[in-house]
Ligand binder design. Structure first.
Ligand code: NI
Length: 289
């Protein structure tokens, strides 16, 4: 029988400090910035656990949600309102980055077979940043968890008129409706950029987030924010649909990601429409490469 995915979310709060003991104070400061401040700082983390399993014919469930919640609460007791570096045994030689915390939680949850098969562990540090470990990452990593995905959220607002130069006025009107209106209209776009790669043993990170932020700001946000997409040279021969914008953002960013590789571009155009692109070769090929 085909498997069903089930996701449960739970919050906890922890403090942490980024410090590589092999480096001197100056290098730690340069690499980790304020995250190196003593004694540390805190986050409200949101843990999202996805399990894969067959639906039990008698209960109609993959796993008993009540039992799952109890297991998650029990597991998080060790982390909630604790200093991850000082109060837990997991981060003595490992930096408690979002990637590494997600990896530790994967290992702890994988040792609890009563909750079923783990498919995905996502850990949100805040609304705009989460790390995830997938079953494919774990398979690729062999004995240890060496790979993770990191998703960062960005925002921009842009105007467009959805109109094709290849179609007649009547065809444009019929196909795009109000979106073809000559006066254009705008959206608050929500862009998610997911990168995937090896977790660096030195930094505990898959990619350098400030560099990624600068790159996305330069190549995407500043380019499109409060602009008319139809006037952008990139759209001179392209209809500025969500599909084309998503693919264009992929092309602008792919190849420039520090350390990691671009894995997925997600774009929410309205509450009713969103798009995603994983490149020419698709997600499967990326995950296997
Ligand atoms: Ni932090």
């Amino acid at each position: 029988m085909a498997k069903v995915l089930l996701t449960k979310r739970i919050e906890f709060s922890s403090s942490h400090r980024y410090q590589n003991d092999a480096w001197d104070a100056a290098r730690n400061r340069v690499v980790f910035g304020a995250c190196n401040n003593e004694p540390g700082h805190g986050h409200n983390y949101l843990l999202e656990v996805t399990l894969a399993g067959e639906v039990d014919a008698d209960t109609g469930m993959v796993v008993n949600l009540y039992d799952l919640k109890q297991v998650l609460k029990q597991v998080l007791e060790e982390f909630d309102h604790k200093h991850l570096n000082l109060d837990t045994p997991y981060f003595k030689g490992t930096i408690p980055t979002t990637e590494n915390i997600a990896g530790v939680l994967w290992k702890i949850l994988a040792a609890r077979p009563e909750i079923g098969a783990l498919e995905n562990v996502r850990l949100f540090e805040d609304e705009d940043l989460f790390a995830e470990i997938t079953a494919a990452d774990v398979r690729a990593g062999g004995a240890g968890i060496a790979r993770a995905g990191v998703t960062r959220q960005y925002y921009f607002s842009a105007a467009h008129r959805v109109h094709s130069g290849h179609l007649s006025a009547a065809e444009n009107r019929r196909l795009y409706g109000k979106c073809d209106s000559a006066s254009a209209h705008g959206h608050n776009y929500e862009l998610s950029v997911r990168v995937r790669g090896e977790i660096s043993p030195d930094t505990g990170m898959v990619t350098d987030i400030p560099t990624l932020d600068r790159l996305v700001q330069e190549l995407v946000v500043r380019r499109f924010d409060h602009q008319d997409l139809n006037r952008d040279p990139d759209f001179s021969a392209l209809v500025p649909t969500g599909e084309n914008l998503t693919r264009l953002i992929w092309k602008r960013l792919a190849g420039s990601i520090p350390a990691a590789r671009l894995d997925r571009i997600g774009l929410v155009e309205t509450r009713g429409s969103s798009y995603a692109y994983t490149g020419e070769t698709g997600e499967g090929a990326l995950l296997n490469s």
